[in-house]
Design a protein around this ligand. Sequence first.
Ligand SMILES: CC(C)(COP(=O)(O)OP(=O)(O)OC[C@H]1O[C@@H](n2cnc3c(N)ncnc32)[C@H](O)[C@@H]1OP(=O)(O)O)[C@@H](O)C(=O)NCCC(=O)NCCS
Length: 195
Amino acid sequence: MNENGLPFKIRRLEAKDIPAVSSIDRLVFHDPWPESAYVQELYFNPNAHYFVLQLTPAMPAHSWAERRAALASQIVGFVGVRVEMERGHISTLAIRPEWRGWGLGELLLHTALEQAIQSGARTVALEVRVSNAVAQNLYAKYDFVVVSQLRGYYADGEDAYYMRANVEGRAYHNYLQQRRALLEYRFRPQPANMT
Ligand SMILES: CC(C)(COP(=O)(O)OP(=O)(O)OC[C@H]1O[C@@H](n2cnc3c(N)ncnc32)[C@H](O)[C@@H]1OP(=O)(O)O)[C@@H](O)C(=O)NCCC(=O)NCCS
């Protein structure tokens, strides 16, 4: 457990995380980024913000090398958002398959949206495969709507939906706060079984 009582934490991407993030990228996407793309984003794009979701280590590691290996394997998802000229863009979002369905993808999207707003975004956009109903459902929950269909956007020829949300205004901020409270409730520490 970490200091918030949660079994994971979300923190900014660091160089040491790139191999773990890339391995999830290769596992999850048909057209993964090369590791150099993450290096580029991390070091050379001041408008980019990347976060990883890391499980809190349960066991103390004995050496630095062991600790590094343990930490890398405990990264279960990541998200990226770029913000330029009041426009945010979700560049990537992924959760390892075995960790899906627990609200962690939503938590990462939420983190990216909060970052975008903090960086001055009034809108946030993204591209998603037309076949990716799961991700579209998640985005719809945060008011993303399909603005257009991008023909043959992906390397394998599939189209993308270009989706956008208006993140400006008190009502949206309140909505984010409500969602955050619900997610925190969902992730609250469970009392130990009293048998
Ligand atoms: C998209 C992704 C990040 C969602 O992560 P996740 O942790 O499984 O999602 P969550 O558990 O946080 O669910 C959030 C919402 O997503 C939608 N969703 C999740 N699983 C779903 C499923 N099996 N069927 C339909 N909708 C689903 C729901 O709207 C859900 O909200 P709800 O819990 O109120 O129903 C994850 O499926 C993933 O990594 N997919 C592969 C990579 C990808 O497609 N990335 C997006 C690229 S644009």
